[in-house]
Design a protein around this ligand. Structure first.
Ligand SMILES: Nc1ncnc2c1ncn2[C@@H]1O[C@H](COP(=O)(O)OP(=O)(O)OP(=O)(O)O)[C@@H](O)[C@H]1O
Ligand SMILES: [Mg+2]
Length: 207
């Protein structure tokens, strides 16, 4: 079976799956993740509308100690948050509206990548080429967990102001997958501990 070594999300390691019961847990996870991030890292966030990608990025921003409010940009696609503590900046990209590699190129993320932690919402299939290694973070809303689809919120990037917690309540699951050597040693046990959350079994996939 070639069972991968437990405790890593490395190139051949297993996915790490954590349960995030509420938005605070998502932020706490972001803070814990931030402690493991460094300049040059590329993190790709995947998940449905309202899955918690921006919330997680807010936690990373808090953990990195950067300036400015990490938010869902209405028109701004990429925003750089400089460090207040002498660390790497956070470059937060929302690629929701980007349709082509040309548009990604136009952001010139290359120029900031080496000195920053770059986090890209909706980046899957678009920004992998930016860096050799990447951390893929997938946020899932388990079906039947109380979450209601965001009906009437067709444009969540522009019109989601009133949905504080209630309509999108329901726990999330986060799945981490490291691609490349950079992530080979990411210790999932301490990450889970620092995030204050428990690893969960990967659903629907048992060897
Ligand atoms: N673990 C969680 N449990 C319940 N609600 C959560 C959790 N994490 C985040 N939320 C809530 O989900 C809502 C949407 O979060 P957020 O804006 O971060 O999603 P998003 O994935 O960035 O959305 P978009 O696809 O529009 O960019 C917010 O109200 C947030 O508080
Ligand atoms: Mg978002």
């Amino acid at each position: 079976m070639g069972a991968p070594e437990p405790g890593t999300v490395g190139p051949d390691g297993p996915d790490l799956v954590l349960v995030l019961p509420d938005a605070d847990a998502t932020r706490a996870f972001g803070r814990a993740l931030a402690a493991r991030l460094r300049a040059g890292d590329l993190v790709i966030l995947t998940g449905d509308l309202g899955a918690g990608k921006t919330t997680l990025t807010q936690g990373v921003g808090a953990g990195l100690g950067v300036r400015g409010q990490v938010a869902s940009p209405t028109f701004i696609v990429a925003r750089e948050h400089p460090s207040l503590v002498g660390g790497p900046a956070l470059v937060h990209v929302d690629a929701y509206r980007l349709g082509s590699l040309d548009e990604v190129d136009a952001l010139d993320l290359d120029s900031s990548l080496d000195d920053s932690v770059t986090i890209v919402e909706w980046g899957q299939g678009l920004v992998e080429a930016l860096a050799g290694d990447r951390l893929e973070v997938v946020l899932e809303r388990p079906r039947g967990a109380g979450g209601v689809p965001t009906d009437g919120a067709d444009d969540p990037h522009g019109g989601r102001a009133s949905e504080e917690e209630a309509p999108e309540a329901g726990e999330r699951r986060v799945v981490l997958r490291g691609v490349g050597q950079r992530w080979a040693d990411l210790d999932v046990a301490t990450l889970a501990r620092d995030a204050g959350t428990a690893p969960a079994a990967r659903p629907a996939q048992q060897s």
